[in-house]
Design a protein around this ligand. Structure first.
Ligand SMILES: Nc1ncnc2c1ncn2[C@@H]1O[C@H](COP(=O)(O)OP(=O)(O)OP(=O)(O)O)[C@@H](O)[C@H]1O
Length: 483
């Protein structure tokens, strides 16, 4: 993958001299403190941190550093630093990153204002870091990211699919601590036969996670059968899932095994489980309870050994509340629940995913990978991505076509992304502050509309909104200050 951004390499001799001066011994002899439990942080075992990247965020500026090609990275204000952080809080030679044998460590080089790793001050020790960890040096944030693993991937256009070949693999990006936690927990549960329910917005990566779960399970060599419950007509559902015997219905001229039987020994992934009709829910519950099924038109039960993974973008618990989903089935499929966070809350992953998608397109078309302009990356990070990773992939594809081989700039992306992005300073671009900003915008619009509707009369506008006039006046003063 191409390196983006400004790597300031000002002569390696100077770098080596500086690093030696501050090193506390060779890398393999340093005291490595396990600051974070590996199983909490995720996939940071040496083998898996094979493609580490660093996203440097400083103000509005974002840059990516590919770490693999170099063993040591000096961070600081000095000209000989490879990662330059140019604010007064940063010492000339502030900290050092080491990437050796698949392990990434960070060490504070006796800086004046210290180095934070995930909010913890780094003292004299060398600390191992992994995907999603955030190193803060002055005003500069360094987010560790990686392309972790390769999994069975592409969505089939049909209602179900059985994994079939290496050409369907996708690269998974994991750079967000919450995502790393989700994957770490799935990795743990993968070893067992527990039924897993994956929740998350559409396009957020539930399918990808389910496939990774299967890959990590002892059933990885057996089939993974994916069933899109929303894609099978109600009348066919039972026969598709559980199969049928010859003569079971008109046209059943031969016996056919269903998806459950096709998944014997492996995993069945029931996607869009929230869309099942109530009749189908009853049938599924029976099979899950009895661990056996009877084909349509059949008499003898067939034992099944299938690991069940379900996913939905629906609020299943709310569905249970309004009796759209059976409570007993809900409890049967949800002994282990994970929630894939929406892409807008995984900011560190946005630019990495964009990079991966653009590189993939370049490979497919035989073109050299174009770069993504920093202001375009900033725009992508500010957009709320209602369609999540799928929408990002489509947007990148659109920009790739429009850019015609040159740098992907803001104007190459779909117009809704250009107009929908709420750009703001990087330092305040935490997900919660983005939500707050949106709420503020809506609130301001509502107040302005109420005042307009009441012909400028603030007392009546306040009454219309159900707030005191004092609050309204206060808000208006606040908006004037913001302007
Ligand atoms: N972490 C990731 N790294 C790389 N690609 C990803 C990642 N997550 C999702 N994708 C890609 O984004 C697209 C949508 O992902 P996926 O189908 O897993 O979402 P989903 O949540 O199952 O969507 P739906 O609710 O519509 O079924 C796919 O092309 C997938 O390969």
């Amino acid at each position: 993958m191409a390196v983006r951004g400004n790597i300031a390499a000002h002569g390696s001799a100077g770098v080596d001299a500086m690093v030696d001066e501050h090193s506390r011994g060779p890398a393999d002899e340093t005291e490595t403190v396990p600051l974070f439990r590996e199983d909490l942080i995720g996939l940071d075992s040496p083998q898996e941190l094979s493609e580490p990247f660093l996203i440097r965020r400083s103000g509005n500026e974002l840059s990516l550093f590919e770490l693999r090609g170099r063993r040591e990275w000096l961070i600081g204000r000095a000209r000989d630093a490879q990662i330059v952080a140019n604010d007064a809080e940063v010492s000339r030679h502030h900290a050092k990153l080491m990437f050796a044998n698949g392990a990434l460590t960070v060490e504070d080089l006796g800086s004046r204002n210290g180095t934070l790793v995930n909010g913890h001050a780094l003292r004299s020790a060398t600390v191992r870091i992994g995907p999603g960890d955030i190193v803060v040096i002055g005003e500069c944030q360094l987010i560790v990211a990686t392309q972790a693993g390769r999994v069975w991937g592409t969505r089939s256009s049909t209602s179900s699919s059985v994994n079939a070949g290496a050409e369907h693999q996708v690269d998974i990006v994991l750079a967000d601590p919450e995502m790393a936690r989700v994957y770490a927990s799935v990795r743990k549960v993968a070893r067992m036969a527990t039924t897993v329910l994956i929740l998350g917005e559409t396009g957020s990566g539930k399918d990808v996670l389910a496939q990774q779960l299967h890959q990590w399970s002892p059933r990885a060599e057996k089939p993974l059968v994916r069933v899109n419950c929303a894609g099978i007509p109600e009348t066919l559902l039972e026969s598709e899932l559980f199969g049928y015997e010859r003569g079971a219905f008109t046209g059943a001229d031969r016996r056919k095994a269903g998806y459950f039987e096709a998944a014997q020994g492996g995993t069945i992934f029931l996607d869009e489980i929230g869309e099942l009709s109530s009749a189908a829910q009853v049938k599924l519950l029976n099979v899950l309870e009895n661990r056996a099924l009877t084909r349509l038109g059949g008499t003898s039960p067939i034992p099944i050994d299938v690991r069940v993974v379900c996913a939905t973008h629906r609020d299943l618990q709310a569905f249970v509340g309004i009796e759209r989903f059976r409570a007993d089935l809900y409890y049967r499929i949800s002994p282990f629940m994970v929630r894939v966070p929406p892409l807008r809350d995984r900011l560190a992953e946005v630019c990495l995913l964009a990079e991966i998608f653009v590189n993939k397109l370049a490979t497919e078309t035989g073109a050299p990978p174009p770069t993504i302009a920093p202001d375009a990356i900033t725009m992508l990070m500010a957009y709320p991505w209602p369609g999540n990773v799928r929408e990002l992939r489509n947007a990148v594809e659109h920009a790739f076509v429009m850019a015609d081989g040159s740098t992907l700039r803001c104007e190459h992306f779909p117009s809704e992304i250009q107009t929908g992005a709420v750009l703001q300073p990087a330092s305040s671009r935490a997900p919660t502050s983005r939500i707050r900003q949106r709420v503020n915008e809506v609130e301001r619009k509502t107040i302005e509309e109420a005042i307009a509707a009441e012909g400028g009369n603030q007392t009546r506008a306040a009454a219309r909104l159900g707030i005191s006039r004092r609050t309204l006046v206060y808000k208006l003063a606040q908006y004037r200050r913001e302007d």
